[in-house]
Design a protein around this ligand. Structure first.
Ligand SMILES: Cc1cc2nc3c(=O)[nH]c(=O)nc-3n(C[C@H](O)[C@H](O)[C@H](O)COP(=O)(O)O)c2cc1C
Ligand code: SF4
Ligand code: SF4
Length: 285
């Protein structure tokens, strides 16, 4: 289906119905990610009788511009068009879209084939944990050859064996843990902790927290970096920029422990829907 037509749910439903009517082959509808709400085409495919959906296709993109020719690259006779973004960079987008379909009640049970940046067995396992019954590989095969799939199979087998799981135990296992932000526990409080023995004194955590977060890391003489618990909001930024693995970790406050930033003891689960600062707050049901 052309990209414009391919994004209209009514057409997806109609074409899927035709295919199911005139073919005995399984019909797996491939979904474009170039759409705001991926659930709509998936619902249309299901209504049309699809046996499964597969996603994602490539994302419309211009990767770079030739600054002498002033045209998108790759350039053909002075012009460029958008291309299809794919590979590891699109995996987070693909994972989210797979999860959106897997947890949508309208498409519950519709088999999903996960595509987008699958390069290692871990990638495959992540797609499956979010509801994909299998995965497809394009860019990784183009980059490394078909052998890359053998490594995915052996890696996945080792992972399942070490966790004493069957593949069916893995598929969809993370779906119940995918939620919307307003339901996240606001009373889950953590604080960054720096392992001074592991720290190489590069100062990246300091720069990140000082300039773009909450000024919660102090630089002391001798380039000793320490977290100021009274200021730390647990944004995780320092942990993301630290080049030393496990040098910065997040410590969870115990129930009842005082949060020195807010002066409030850690309470039970509570989310934004009932928070006093939320103008739309409604009493917990
Ligand atoms: C060179 C190239 C050609 C592609 N051609 C098609 C195609 O003809 N039909 C299609 O549905 N998807 C096509 N795709 C999209 C892939 O099947 C896949 O959905 C996408 O690249 C994301 O997976 P990946 O990150 O593993 O590459 C193509 C991708 C690439 C890179
Ligand atoms: S978690 Fe965020 S606020 Fe806390 S120290 Fe790290 S960067 Fe600063
Ligand atoms: S980013 Fe990590 S290694 Fe660098 S100073 Fe901070 S804690 Fe130390």
């Amino acid at each position: 289906m052309g990209s414009a037509v391919g994004q209209v749910p009514e057409y997806i439903e109609m074409v899927t119905r035709w295919v199911k009517q005139y073919s005995r082959m399984p019909c797996i509808v491939k979904l474009t990610p170039n759409i705001a709400d991926i659930r709509k085409p998936a619902e249309a495919a299901k209504r049309g009788g699809a046996d499964a959906v597969s996603l994602i296709n490539t994302i419309n993109s211009i990767t770079s511009v030739d600054l002498d020719l002033f045209a998108p690259e790759p350039t053909i006779d002075g012009k460029g068009a958008h291309g299809g973004y794919c590979g590891p960079a699109v995996k987070p987008i693909a994972l989210n879209m797979v999860a959106e379909i897997a947890r949508n009640s309208e498409t519950h049970g519709l088999p999903i084939s996960g595509i987008g940046g699958v390069t290692t067995w871990r990638d495959a396992a992540e797609f499956m944990a979010l509801g994909a019954g299998n995965v497809q590989v394009c860019t990784a095969a183009m980059t490394y050859g078909f052998k890359v799939v053998q490594e995915m199979i052996s890696g996945l087998r080792d992972y399942l064996d070490s966790h004493e799981m069957a593949l069916s135990d893995l598929v969809g296992r993370a779906v119940p843990n995918v939620t919307d932000w307003q339901y996240l526990n606001l009373n889950y409080v953590t604080k960054a902790v720096i392992d001074q023995k592991a720290c190489i004194k590069c100062g990246r955590c300091y720069a990140a927290c000082e300039d773009t977060s909450h000024q919660a890391i102090a630089m002391k003489p001798g380039r000793v970096f320490e977290v100021i618990e009274e200021e730390c909001v647990a944004c995780n930024l320092c942990l993301d920029v630290c080049p030393v693995e496990d040098c910065i970790t997040m410590r969870e406050l115990a129930p009842g422990e005082l949060d020195r930033r807010t002066g409030i003891k850690r309470g039970d689960y509570a989310n934004w829907t009932t928070h006093p600062n939320n103008p739309m707050a409604k009493a917990a049901e």
